[in-house]
Each structure stands twice: as structure tokens, then as C-alpha cells.
Design a protein around this ligand. Structure first.
Ligand code: NAD
Length: 352
């Protein structure tokens, strides 16, 4: 993990240490990591923990890693949007992913640093520069949005929070977060069905869950504990799929052709041994959700373009990853993945 001594990094180190599939846990930060590594190393689980600090130890931290989690960077303060973080975090992610490209080019990357809508395209451009970009292995972590949706929907309906699931698509900032409440599973019984008012309230609360925490912390940071839980759940899924477990699905912000003009999109995916194995269609949406999708497109596009421009100096994404069947086959061959594709239908530029 890169950024292991931070607000997210510390509780996430503790949770990762307890994951049964972690054999070696390398914790890297520019400061204060030795204490975190010593502390979590005392937890009795098989993972062998080592701390690394400073630029000179970054390569050694990454060498041999199969999965890299990146929560390095500054968090939001009250009044800041995720895009306000861009100037600082863009450079941090660029430099850390450059090191990944050199020292563990085939690792699966979990990008947590915000704004995820831009930091994932930044990572993609850096990996392309080094000739090691494999779209299947680059995942932006939006699982906290899914966790919030599960929690808030279970509070509103009485469903078991461990059983309920809500796909959350789009991006990972404000209106770009689009919970598909109409696709909640298990299907809501008549008396549990959400009114339009409840749907609008829940959508707004899921989109602004991060701000709720930033404001409650009054300047002391953003979501760290729930984020650590989300990142640990997500990493656990990645590791399970990498170990050969079947039917592992997540929502993640990945290279996709789900929506025309958006080279990256948060969408339900099936994971495999080398990352994303299949991208599912968005599925049927309510009129409210279709409207939400139309509204998020310009903002998400501009965040993607901003990330791309940060690395390339050019406006926009000039190579559509997974854009057509041939590119998908090439990407699949390169990554050993056998079924990377979006849905079959294409309605007004949206793979439903
Ligand atoms: P924090 O300031 O508490 O910790 C960040 C850590 O990153 C610090 O320990 C810092 O030393 C380290 N760091 C800075 N530059 C580094 C570099 N070049 N190499 C390695 N480490 C470096 O912040 P936090 O609350 O842990 O949040 C971290 C990031 O996660 C922020 O960008 C935040 O916005 C983001 N975040 C994402 C989500 C999500 O859902 N994806 C949710 C919450 C927060």
C-alpha cells in the first residue's frame, strides 16, 4: 500500500494484515510508516509486514507485488470539492504509478486517491507512456459508494445490510455517482418499495456521503474508517479472483465503453486472475436514473479530460480503450482475459 501512514492507510493496514490471502504486506509512505508497520505486524495473522519510506525505498516496496493499493495524497477539507484536490494528488498518483510501471508492471492497481474520476485516467496515461497499460488491471475504488448505498437502503427498507446490494455506476464525485436504486437486490417487496421522494433523498445522500463525513469531522479529514473498510473489502475481492475464485463481482471505475464518449466509467464487473474479466451492461434504468446518467456525462468527461491532459498535455483521450470488438480482443489477449466486453444493446450511446 502506498500512503500507508495516513488516515485511510493506517486502518487499512490493519484490515489487510487480517486478510487470509495476504502473504506479504508492504507498507510505504513518505513519513511515519515504521511505527505503523511495527504496530500491525504484532497482529497474529500469516501476513509478513514490512515498512518502507522515502523515494529510495519505493522500488523495493513494489518489487514482486501482485496488488497495489494507492490511498496516498491529501484529503478534502470542508468546502473543498474532490476536484480541488486535483493539483496535489494528480502529481502524487503520476509519480507513484510511474514507480509501479517500472517495478511491478503486471500488478493489479486499486486507485483510491481522489479525484478518482481523474486519477484513474492519469494512471492509464502513465502506464501507456511506459508501454505497460492493461485496462483490465487498473481499477478505481468506488466501493465506498456501494457500501453507503447498501447501508442507507437497508436503513430505509429494513433489509439486511449484509444481503442488500445496489449497483452504483458513473464516477466517484457528486452527481457523477449514480446509484441504481431500481436494481436493488433482493427485489423490494411492495411494502418496502421506495417512493419517488425517498429515491431522490437516498440518491442525494449517497452522492454526498463523503461531504457528510467531511463536514462532521470539521476539518480533521475525510472518510477514513469507512473507506478503509471499503478498500479492504474491495482488495479482498480482487485477491479472491486472482486466486481463482469464480463469479467475483464488484462495481469499479474502469476503462469501459458503457457510455459513448466516456472512456472510464464505474460499472459492475466480474473479476478474474488478471483483474477485470467482464464488464456488465448498465441494465434497465428508471426515468430518474436515465436523467441522472445524462446529467453526469459532461462532468465526468471533463474530469477524465483533465486527468489525460495532466499527463499528455493534450485535450481529451485519443485512444478509446475497449472501444470496439477488435480492441477488446487485443486487450483480452494481452492480459490473458477471455471475455472483456460491455453489454449487447446500445441505446443512445449507452450500453444498457
Ligand atoms: P491523509 O492525509 O490522512 O493520508 C495521506 C497519506 O499519503 C499521508 O500519510 C501522506 O504522508 C501520504 N503521502 C503523501 N504523498 C505521498 C507520496 N508521494 N507517496 C506516498 N505517500 C504519500 O489522507 P487520507 O484521509 O488517508 O486520504 C487519502 C486519499 O484518499 C485522499 O486523496 C482522499 O481524498 C482519498 N479518499 C478516497 C476515497 C474513495 O472513496 N476513493 C474516500 C476517502 C478518501
Amino acid at each position: 500500500m502506498l500512503g500507508a501512514a495516513g488516515g485511510i492507510g493506517q486502518p487499512l493496514s490493519l484490515l489487510l494484515k487480517q486478510l487470509p490471502r495476504v502473504a506479504n504486506l508492504h507498507l510505504y509512505d513518505i513519513a511515519n510508516v515504521a511505527g505503523v508497520a511495527a504496530d500491525v505486524s504484532h497482529v497474529n495473522s500469516p501476513a509478513n509486514v514490512r515498512g518502507f519510506t522515502g523515494q529510495t525505498q519505493l522500488g523495493a516496496a513494489l518489487e514482486g507485488c501482485h496488488l497495489v493499493l494507492i490511498p496516498a495524497g491529501i484529503p478534502r477539507k470542508p468546502g473543498m470539492s474532490r476536484d480541488d484536490l486535483f493539483n496535489v494528488n494528480a502529481g502524487i498518483v503520476r509519480d507513484l504509478v510511474t514507480a509501479c510501471a517500472k517495478h511491478c508492471p503486471t500488478a493489479v492497481l486499486n486507485i483510491i486517491s481522489n479525484p478518482v474520476n481523474s486519477t484513474v485516467p492519469i494512471a492509464a496515461e502513465v502506464l501507456k507512456t511506459h508501454g505497460v497499460y492493461d485496462p483490465a488491471r487498473l481499477l478505481g475504488v468506488t466501493h465506498l459508494d456501494v457500501m453507503r448505498a447498501r447501508t442507507f437502503v437497508s436503513e430505509a427498507t429494513g433489509l439486511d445490510p449484509n444481503a442488500v446490494d445496489v449497483p452504483v455506476v458513473g464516477g466517484h464525485a457528486g452527481v457523477t455517482i449514480l446509484p441504481l436504486l431500481s436494481q436493488t437486490t433482493p427485489a423490494l417487496r411492495l411494502e418496502q418499495q421506495l417512493t419517488q421522494e425517498q429515491t431522490e433523498h437516498l440518491t442525494h445522500r449517497i452522492q454526498n456521503g463523503g461531504t457528510e463525513v467531511v463536514e462532521a469531522k470539521k476539518g480533521a479529514g475525510s472518510a477514513t474508517l469507512s473507506m478503509a473498510a471499503a478498500a479492504a473489502q474491495f482488495a479482498g475481492k480482487c485477491l479472491a479472483a486472482m486466486a481463482g475464485e469464480k463469479n467475483v463481482t464488484v462495481c469499479a471505475y474502469v476503462a469501459s465503453d458503457s457510455v459513448k464518449g466516456l472512456p472510464f466509467f464505474a460499472i459492475r464487473c466480474r473479476l478474474g486472475r488478471s483483474g477485470v474479466e467482464r464488464i456488465y451492461p448498465i441494465g434497465p434504468m428508471s426515468a430518474f436514473e436515465v436523467d441522472g446518467l445524462q446529467k453526469l456525462i459532461p462532468e465526468l468527461k471533463s474530469s477524465i479530460d483533465k486527468g489525460v491532459a495532466f499527463v499528455t498535455g493534450k485535450d481529451g483521450w485519443d485512444e478509446q480503450p475497449l472501444h470496439n470488438a477488435q480492441q477488446r480482443r487485443v486487450a483480452a489477449r494481452k492480459s490473458g482475459v477471455n471475455d472483456v466486453r460491455a453489454g449487447a444493446g446500445d441505446v443512445a450511446g449507452v450500453q444498457m
